[in-house]
Design a protein around this ligand. Structure first.
Ligand code: PLP
Length: 382
């Protein structure tokens, strides 16, 4: 990382390497376009920075939203409404109205009451809303329990046993058009077997629906592909080749069906770093603490999910020492990592927390009346 260009910028801030982002997007397009009918939507909840969105838009990806605010943000960024899918377990009326007004591609519906509201609002507006049902496939994912979403006990989706019933109900309604089924089993999934299990479950469900004479146009398999947080420099691009190939191999499609993917973390995770300055180095009774000016308010993943970001000192090549890296927030969970090796660190050094492009800037909060971190791209910091 060339740090000269960071001079004079207030820390902490996010830095997005657009070369990595563009390479990632090129790889996604190359690998997904090998297969007919594959469409990739970017899950904008991972990062909604307008400059990042513009680059993703240039690559032609669609969008996966989980709120009305996200729909507004991607429309501002210039994404076409007819490439937006809209998921979420608790959509508010105004969000549904917005989606219908803008003619988004599809609502991913998670309950019968939600379906009824979508139909009512569509009737009021004299429009038809496309719907897919999010089915809970009861497929586990080898990831942190807070980001597992596809188990029967999770709040997401419609139970498999109710699937035919809800589809019949949708087909009987005047102003919704049933299109297909949607899944999302979790995030930061690195075991490709988890996706194979999902594909196989979808095959079973599809056979079952065929027996009930229900046809699907859309199969949306969600997102969840993980990134290498331990070795980001060695593996900046996730394994999209194997990811799309496994769906091609294991997911059995019928004539004319399209497969939709909703990738968030895998698109933006590795292009972003949180850059922070060392305020103090404190020697405690048994530990050395590096106290940086970024806190859990800027990057909450370590506190929220026990996540580890690779941390490097950008301004020191002194011999390595062992430190806990902590923030200034008045919470004991405001710790980025413990007992890690850094080049000998002193006040004023610049520290980078790598792989922070996804669920970083977007999750920042103003707790402690903190100023929100700004995100800069490498294109603008020359
Ligand atoms: C969060 C989410 C995604 C994206 O997950 P990643 O792990 O970032 O790929 C996709 N679909 C839905 C419905 C989501 O909620």
């Amino acid at each position: 990382m060339n740090i000269d260009k960071f001079k004079g910028i207030r820390t902490p801030f996010y830095y997005y390497d657009t070369d990595i982002l563009r390479q990632t997007l090129n790889t996604i397009n190359e690998e997904s376009q090998k297969y007919q009918g594959y469409h990739v939507h970017y899950a904008v909840k991972a990062n909604a920075n307008i400059k990042v969105l513009n680059i993703i838009k240039e690559a032609g990806l669609g969008i996966d939203c989980v709120s009305g605010g996200e729909i507004e943000q991607v429309l501002r960024a210039g994404f076409p409404a007819d490439k937006i899918v809209f998921a979420g377990v608790g959509k508010s009326d105004w969000e549904i109205e917005l989606g219908i007004d803008k003619d988004i591609f599809c609502f991913n519906v998670e309950s019968i009451p939600e379906l009824e509201v979508i139909n009512e609002i569509a009737i009021q507006k004299g429009k038809t809303a496309n719907v897919c049902f999010r089915i809970n496939p009861n497929v586990g994912a080898h990831t942190h329990s807070n980001i597992t979403t596809g188990l029967a006990e999770n709040k997401f989706g419609i139970a498999m046993e109710d699937m035919e019933k809800v589809i019949r109900l949708a087909q009987s309604m005047s102003n919704v058009c049933f299109k297909g089924i949607h899944f999302h089993i979790g995030s930061q999934i690195l075991e490709m077997d988890d996706f194979i299990a999902l594909a196989e479950r979808i095959n079973e469900l599809q056979d079952r629906l065929e027996k009930a004479n229900i046809k699907l146009e859309i199969i949306n398999v969600g997102g969840g592909l993980g990134i290498d947080y331990a070795n980001p420099q060695a593996n900046p691009i996730p394994n999209f080749k194997d990811y799309f190939a496994l769906y091609n191999k294991h997911l059995k499609l019928r004539e004319g069906q399209t497969v939709h993917f909703e990738l968030g973390r895998a698109v933006v995770g590795q292009c972003g770093s949180l850059i922070t300055k060392v305020n103090y180095v404190k020697k405690g009774a048994v530990k050395q603490f590096v106290i940086v000016d970024a806190g859990m308010t800027d990057l909450i993943r370590p506190a929220l999910y026990d996540a580890h970001h690779k941390i490097v000192n950008l301004t020191s090549d002194a011999p390595e020492e062992t430190y806990d890296v902590v923030g200034p927030i008045c919470e004991s969970s405001d710790v980025f990592d413990k007992d890690i090796k850094l080049n000998g660190t002193k006040r004023g050094d610049l520290i980078a927390m790598l792989s922070a492009g996804a669920y970083g800037e977007i999750m920042a909060s103003g707790y402690n009346c903190r100023v929100l971190p700004v995100g800069y791209t490498s294109d603008e910091l020359k």
